[in-house]
Design a protein around this ligand. Structure first.
Ligand code: GDP
Ligand code: MG
Length: 450
């Protein structure tokens, strides 16, 4: 995994909490010192290390823990929370939306990994069902054209470029019309050894023509905390919309680069974790910190802390559900929440008029395993599929199955469950209690555990 050293020291720090007898000021001080040491070793800027640990200490001393978890667990949760905050807060991923094509322009210094990233992003979006094109506008490096052309073959996307043309703007203009036919266009650009006025000018001219939806700054993780200066400079002079940090696989300084960028106001959107075309991850601070601290245990802990759901929340959710205007994401959330509440019957009781219905017991238990499968399948779906499962067809199901590691019949049955639940809601709205009971019975008998 990336940042192995930082991860190891943070994990052993947390272990100390677990094995201590109780939480007191001495333990908190020790914890804070350990975290400081770990972050400094990962090349996080001293001031930031101080800020993070100050927050952790303040909260640890002041806060009373939620009723569902212990003092120790709460301490771990605070560490997690504050690290997530420093990496930009609970994540919002890059959304592909608006008029097509969605254009992503990559900028950065020589060797930061722009061209490699162009290939990686192309593959990333292509495998999610988009029609992708990439274009080379780097006219500085003689080999840039061939390098990207080869990557386009690996990613199986269309490639545009002109080996002989020296003006990046002209290259883009030549293919502009053709590029309009794609869902996503990724534009590779030339770098320099340092951010110069001349580079800013070149990128400005190109951007005026391209009008990219996202202008991503590409940074190499091995520069550590110096990433802050670079991110700031590019942010101010080229107004980037986000950052990609590459080569996180090969350096212990990556923690510094990650945290430094997050505070410049240009959020980290992806990380590069290797030289191969598939070595790319969408950056989500929560997941990242979770893995850094040892996810398995942590997830269970955070889940427990969130457990305390109020009756009001439950009622709101039930109402939303009954409107029938929900997609796969909503349904998944409903089911997770029901699981959290113990059972659907509790939820039913809170919705006027539904409490008296006789619903088979098996139909009311949300299965853990099923939710897992939902989650895997949904991770492999495109945004359109999640929002409008009506478009699901054979090839899509096949793709989702191979992407998620589930069988085709698993994916089919999940979609079937979604459709059946829609029907069920329609019946509820129609008020036919008899029909509704019949439907519930049929679903629970037919393998639908809900
Ligand atoms: P550019 O000058 O910004 O276009 O950079 P390139 O894409 O040509 O990459 C420069 C070097 O960094 C190449 O040798 C790449 O293989 C390597 N590289 C790019 N991304 C990564 C990464 O995430 N991890 C590692 N280890 N190497 C990378
Ligand atoms: Mg390049």
């Amino acid at each position: 995994m990336v940042l192995e050293k930082l991860s190891d020291s943070l994990k052993s720090t947390l272990q100390k909490i677990t094995s201590s007898l109780f939480v007191d000021e001495k333990l908190i001080n020790e914890l804070v010192k350990d975290i400081q040491r770990a972050l400094l070793q990962a090349d996080v800027n001293v001031q930031m290390v101080f800020d993070i640990t100050k927050k952790i200490k303040e909260r640890a001393l002041k806060e009373t823990e939620p009723s569902t978890i212990s003092k120790k667990e709460n301490l771990i949760r605070i560490v997690y929370d504050e690290l997530v905050n420093f990496l930009g807060g609970p994540g919002s991923k890059m959304e592909i939306k608006g008029k097509k094509p969605f254009k992503i322009m990559l900028v950065g210094l020589f060797g930061s990994g722009k061209t490699t990233l162009t290939g990686k992003l192309a593959r990333f979006y292509k495998t999610r069902g988009n029609k992708v094109a990439i274009i080379q506008t780097d006219t500085w490096r003689p080999a840039a054209y061939e390098q990207l052309k080869q990557l386009s073959e690996k990613a199986n996307v269309d490639f545009f470029g002109d080996k002989k043309e020296k003006n990046p703007l002209k290259i883009y203009k030549t293919y502009k019309k053709e590029l309009d036919k794609y869902d996503i266009v990724i534009i590779d650009t030339a770098g320099r050894d340092a951010l110069s006025d001349e580079l800013i000018d070149e990128l400005d001219k190109l951007h005026k023509e391209v009008q990219a939806n996202e202008k991503l700054l590409v940074i190499s993780a091995d520069i550590g905390q110096a990433a802050e200066k670079q991110a700031k400079a590019f942010h101010e002079s080229c107004s980037v919309t986000g950052v990609v940090i590459n080569k996180l696989d090969g350096t212990a300084k990556g923690g510094g680069a990650l945290i430094a960028c997050s505070v410049t106001g240009a959020p980290v959107k992806f990380i590069g974790v290797g030289e191969k075309i598939a070595d790319l991850e969408e950056f989500k601070p929560e997941g990242f910190v979770g893995r850094l601290l040892g996810m398995g245990d942590l997830e269970a802990l955070l889940e427990k802390a969130r457990e305390a759901m109020t009756e009001e929340e439950a009622e709101d959710m039930g109402k939303k559900f009954l409107k029938g205007e929900y997609n796969l994401i909503d349904l998944y959330e409903q089911m997770s929440a029901m699981k959290k509440m113990g059972s659907l019957s509790k939820l039913m009781e809170m919705i006027p008029g539904l409490g008296q219905l006789k619903i088979p017991k098996e139909a009311l238990e949300v299965q853990e395993g099923m939710l897992e499968k939902w989650r895997f399948a949904m991770n492999s779906m495109t945004k359109e599929e999640l929002e409008d499962p009506g478009i699901m067809d054979g090839p899509r199901v096949q793709r989702i199955a191979s992407g998620s590691g589930l069988s085709v019949s698993d994916v089919r049955s999940l979609i079937k469950q979604y459709r059946q639940s829609k029907k069920l809601v329609k019946m509820m709205k129609g008020g036919g209690e008899k029909n509704m009971e019949k439907m519930m019975k049929r679903m629970s008998g037919g393998g639908m555990k809900f």
